[in-house]
Ligand binder design. Structure first.
Ligand SMILES: *Cc1c(COP(=O)(O)O)cnc(C)c1O
Length: 242
C-alpha cells in the first residue's frame, strides 16, 4: 500500500481515536496507537513509521524477527501466542509482549530475560469471552497469574490484554465487545489496587476501537483500518539462491 494511503488512513484512525477519547472525557494522547502489520511487507511498516505510527505489532514471532532489522526505527510489540521455544527470540527484541497467559511461560520469559540481562515488559492476556478458540488465561486466574509473574525478577507486568469473541453476523462489533472490555477494565482495577504498576489495557481493534477507548483502553491494536485487507499468509523475506 502506497505511503499516501497509509498516511490518510492513519489520519482517519487518529480522528476516530480522538473522537472516542473526547466522548469518554479522556485525552487522546493517553491512548497509544499500535499498527498491526502482520502479513504486510516491510515497506508498509516503513510507511506507518513515516506517518508517525512508530509502535508496530506482529502476532507471529518469525514475522516479527524478519521485519525488525528492516524497520529498526519502529518499536515492535508481540501480540500473538508465544510458544516456549520462541521465548529466546523475543526477549529483548519485543518492547512489550502482550500475550503472557500461563505460569510456565512467565518462568521461561524471566529466565531468558535474566540470561540476556534485561527486564522484559509484558501484559497478561485474559480470555474475557471464555472463547475456546482464543488464547489467554481465564478471568478467574488472571489476578493469580499477575501476582505470580510480578514476583519473577526479570519481568515487569504492566497491564492486561484481551481479544473479544467475534461478533455474531449482523451484530455491531463495538456493542458486542464492550462488556468484554468492561470485564478487562474491572480486572485491571482490581490488579492495580494491589500492584500499582499494572496500568495498561491493550484492547480494541479496527472494528471496535470506540468501545475499547470508552472502557479505558491505553493501547489499541489496529491492522485493517490502517493497512487495508491482509495478505493470505505471513510475510516472508525472499529466499536467496533458490
Ligand atoms: C490482527 C490483530 C489485530 C488487528 O486487527 P484488525 O481488526 O485488523 O484491526 C489486533 N490484535 C491482534 C492480537 C491481532 O492478531
Amino acid at each position: 500500500m502506497p505511503f499516501a494511503d497509509v498516511e490518510a488512513r492513519a489520519a482517519r484512525v487518529r480522528s476516530r481515536l480522538a473522537a472516542a477519547a473526547t466522548a469518554a472525557g479522556r485525552k487522546p494522547a493517553d491512548v497509544r496507537l499500535i499498527g498491526v502489520t502482520k502479513t504486510h511487507p516491510p515497506e508498509v511498516a516503513r510507511a506507518a513509521v513515516a506517518a508517525g505510527v512508530t509502535e508496530l505489532g506482529e502476532n507471529r514471532v518469525q514475522e516479527l524477527l524478519a521485519k525488525l532489522p528492516l524497520v529498526p526505527s519502529a518499536r515492535w510489540h508481540l501480540i500473538g501466542y508465544l510458544q516456549r521455544n520462541k521465548v529466546k527470540d523475543v526477549v529483548g527484541h519485543a518492547v512489550l509482549v502482550h500475550t503472557l497467559d500461563r505460569r510456565s511461560l512467565a518462568d521461561a520469559l524471566s529466565r531468558r530475560a535474566a540470561a540476556a540481562g534485561v527486564v522484559q515488559r509484558v501484559l497478561v492476556q485474559v480470555n474475557v469471552g471464555e472463547d475456546p478458540a482464543k488464547h489467554g488465561c481465564q478471568v478467574d486466574e488472571a489476578l493469580d497469574l499477575v501476582a505470580y509473574a510480578r514476583d519473577l525478577p526479570h519481568l515487569a507486568i504492566e497491564g492486561l490484554m484481551t481479544i473479544p469473541p467475534l461478533p455474531a453476523a449482523g451484530e455491531d462489533a463495538s456493542a458486542a465487545a464492550r462488556p468484554h472490555f468492561a470485564t478487562l477494565r474491572r480486572l485491571r482495577d482490581e490488579a492495580r489496587a494491589r500492584f500499582p504498576e499494572v496500568v495498561h489495557l491493550s484492547m480494541g481493534m479496527s472494528a471496535d476501537l470506540e468501545a475499547a477507548v470508552a472502557e479505558g483502553a491505553t493501547m489499541i491494536r489496529i491492522g485493517t483500518a490502517l493497512f487495508g485487507p491482509r495478505e493470505s499468509g505471513p510475510w516472508r523475506p525472499e529466499e536467496v539462491g533458490t
